[in-house]
Design a protein around this ligand. Structure first.
Ligand SMILES: NC(=O)c1ccc[n+]([C@@H]2O[C@H](COP(=O)([O-])OP(=O)(O)OC[C@H]3O[C@@H](n4cnc5c(N)ncnc54)[C@H](O)[C@@H]3O)[C@@H](O)[C@H]2O)c1
Length: 267
């Protein structure tokens, strides 16, 4: 059996970063070796399973020199992530990036940095495997239905609407169809917004409630039938199978891969 992949977690004290540290402890193919976070106030991070601790610092370069990781996993904010990528790529560390909010120019830079330094980078805006499957299945169904509505449901603290996943889904299914879906307009909308937002004929509805995490239904309709594809997450562990898969695959890649589809054999 080959040696476990050494992993540094950037944003290790964040909500998702903590889950990544935990997942890296649980998978025998991965070994957490270091943690970086702007909020670090100690020099060691205790591991959740009680098997010791790993070095923790605000200083990325110091952690990279100390631990020589194969992969760095990043869940922070876009500016911090870009700074990290510029440094880590020079250290020939492969990159798994979950942070959202990059511009197309940022993606070009990440690809260039990865290629110039001979490393792989995987960036996905949703690491939940079920969400990847939902979009894949919706793309298959999109060819056979003229009408579709997306209902995304999230916790009440979510800042934006509609969700990035809902927008990605609408774009993906409209691309397959090649033209706008049929968006039935009502003659009179007695309460403004009742028919939701519209993107390329896809109606988008956003539900915000305490008690929810992240959920989405893609509902297709045609004569006498509907088809609903639904994905539910119940906690942030949902991202970990996707993150672990990306860590194991990224070491074989060069340059930037966006999304998990190719890694999962879906394209
Ligand atoms: N791709 C996905 O599937 C997915 C899923 C959930 C969240 N996200 C994204 O992941 C990111 C983090 O989400 P979260 O909920 O864990 O946020 P969070 O605020 O709980 O954690 C972010 C962490 O990054 C740290 N950080 C910020 N700036 C830093 C810097 N310059 N250097 C080092 N560490 C720094 C913060 O101290 C914090 O601990 C967000 O961009 C979010 O949109 C992506």
């Amino acid at each position: 059996m080959s040696a476990p992949i050494k992993v540094v977690v950037h944003g290790a004290l964040g909500k998702v970063g903590r889950e990544v540290v935990s997942a890296a402890c649980q998978d025998p193919g991965l070994e957490p070796v270091g943690a970086v976070d702007a909020r670090a106030s100690a020099d060691a991070l205790p591991l959740p399973v009680g098997t010791g601790s790993i070095p923790l610092s605000r200083d990325l370069e110091a952690i990279l020199k100390k631990t020589s990781p194969g992969v760095i996993v990043d869940f922070t904010v876009a500016e911090a992530s870009l700074e990290m990528i510029r440094v880590a790529a020079k250290h020939k560390v492969n990159l798994v990036i979950g942070t959202t909010g990059f511009s197309p120019q940022n993606l070009e830079e990440i690809d260039r940095l990865a290629r110039e330094n001979g490393v792989g980078a995987v960036l996905a805006s949703n690491f939940a495997l079920g969400a990847v499957m939902m979009i894949h299945l919706a793309r298959i169904a999109a060819r056979y239905f003229d009408n579709v509505e997306i209902i995304e449901l999230h916790h009440d603290q979510k800042l934006d609407a509609p969700s990035g996943t809902a927008v990605s889904t609408a774009r993906a299914i409209a691309e397959v169809r090649g033209r706008a879906f049929v968006y039935p307009r009502v003659q009179k909308e007695t309460v403004a917004g009742a028919r939701g937002a519209e993107m390329q004929g896809v109606a988008l509805h956003s539900v915000r409630l305490p008690g929810l995490m992240a959920h989405q239904e893609v509902v297709f309709g045609t004569s006498g039938q509907t088809l609903t594809i639904r994905h539910d997450t119940i906690n942030r562990e949902c991202y970990m199978p996707g993150v672990v898969t990306a860590v194991k695959k990224v070491v074989e890649l060069k340059g930037l891969t966006v999304g998990l589809d190719r890694l999962l054999g879906l394209e």
